[in-house]
Ligand binder design. Structure first.
Ligand SMILES: [Zn+2]
Length: 63
């Protein structure tokens, strides 16, 4: 059975389709829709979407 998240309504209750949000490195953050994207992103670092500097290697095992 195939699970397609793109057709699921967002958990915020807006009824809009949600989609995955990623940071500047393409790392998954959370799901959000057009209604709550800014609100959910505000809980992360303000520069999360930028290619921020990081001392830790980010090309490790994520999966
Ligand atoms: Zn939402």
């Amino acid at each position: 059975m195939r699970y397609n998240y793109s057709t699921r309504p967002c958990s915020c209750g807006s009824g809009r389709t949600h989609y995955p949000l990623h940071d500047g490195h393409g790392i998954f953050l959370t799901y959000a829709c057009e209604s709550c994207e800014k609100e959910k992103l505000s809980k992360f670092r303000p520069d999360i979407l930028e290619q921020y500097e990081c001392d830790e290697p980010l090309d490790g095992d994520f999966y």
